[in-house]
Design a protein around this ligand. Structure first.
Ligand SMILES: NC(=O)c1ccc[n+]([C@@H]2O[C@H](COP(=O)([O-])OP(=O)(O)OC[C@H]3O[C@@H](n4cnc5c(N)ncnc54)[C@H](OP(=O)(O)O)[C@@H]3O)[C@@H](O)[C@H]2O)c1
Length: 244
């Protein structure tokens, strides 16, 4: 029998934490070892309300960490990771100042996978954006809708799509317009228009499972990778060596 991957989950009580815990129940590749959150969920062998309370022996046992928390939480997790050189999957968004630089710095010693959106469908939309280079003279707009509890606006995904779009068409595009409505999981729309025609590329997440599936896929993949900063491109194109 293959050795199970011992998982550490940071943010297990959150909306994404719930989605990941649900998937873990039917995924025999993982052994849920340790969670960090304000209230134990009962789904892990050990639960801690504070990173500083995790014993060194437990830290050493974790094969991979998954983080869906807040940027300030992730900043606390990074130094701990560096002690053990264990891999990290992070989907946290909304970084400010030099916070993402610290994520990049951590990847010098640890394998670090970060993606603002872990859905395979959204990654496919990103590939389609590259084709918009042929109509770079069109006008472009980006829009996103998320649930009312979402903290960052525009979303991390919208920021990623904005960068992709500006790179593809080689010109400045207005920042994404974000709406916070009801319980929407995440809708991202790119509109391209000329005087004669209009194109819409739209991704609509129908649940959070889609992001959780991406995170677990990435966790299984990263345990075999050397240190470096990895993205959905590396996961979806396994021949890529990732960025060092
Ligand atoms: N990459 C993707 O595919 C993707 C998809 C969806 C969401 N996200 C991002 O993932 C993150 C979490 O989303 P969510 O919807 O699950 O949020 P959420 O429901 O607000 O949950 C946040 C979780 O993080 C914990 N947390 C908050 N602040 C913390 C801190 N300073 N230190 C440690 N833990 C902290 C919370 O723990 P307690 O409540 O127990 O304190 C909770 O478990 C957000 O940044 C969101 O934008 C990414």
């Amino acid at each position: 029998m293959a050795k199970k991957i011992k998982l550490g989950l940071f943010g297990s009580t959150g909306k994404m934490g719930v989605a990941i815990r649900q998937l873990l129940k039917s995924d025999s590749d993982f052994s849920p070892l340790v969670e960090v959150c304000s209230k134990p969920t009962g789904d892990f062998e050990e639960s801690f309300s504070d990173l500083k309370k995790i014993p060194a022996a437990t830290l050493k046992q974790v094969d991979v960490w998954i983080d869906f928390s807040r940027p300030e939480g992730l900043m606390d997790l990074l130094p701990l990771l560096q002690q053990t050189k264990k891999p990290l999957i992070s989907g946290t968004t909304g970084f400010e100042g030099n916070q993402f630089t610290k994520v990049e710095a951590a990847s010098k010693k640890n394998p670090v996978f970060w993606a603002s959106n872990m859905s395979v469908g959204l990654w496919t939309v990103r590939q389609a954006i590259k084709a918009l280079s042929t109509i770079s003279h069109f006008d472009f707009a980006l829009e996103e809708i998320h649930h009312t509890q979402k903290k960052d606006n525009p979303s991390g995904t919208a920021v990623t799509l904005h960068k992709d779009l500006e790179k593809a068409v080689g010109k400045k595009i207005p920042p994404a317009v974000g709406h916070r409505l009801g319980g929407v999981f995440g809708i991202h729309t790119i509109t391209a228009a000329s005087q004669s025609e209009m194109i819409k590329l739209e991704h609509n997440a129908l649940n959070r499972t889609v992001f959780a599936e991406g995170a677990l896929k990435a966790a299984k993949w990263i345990v075999k990778q050397p240190s470096g900063l990895y993205s959905m491109d590396d996961l979806m194109k396994p021949t890529s060596k990732g960025k060092k």
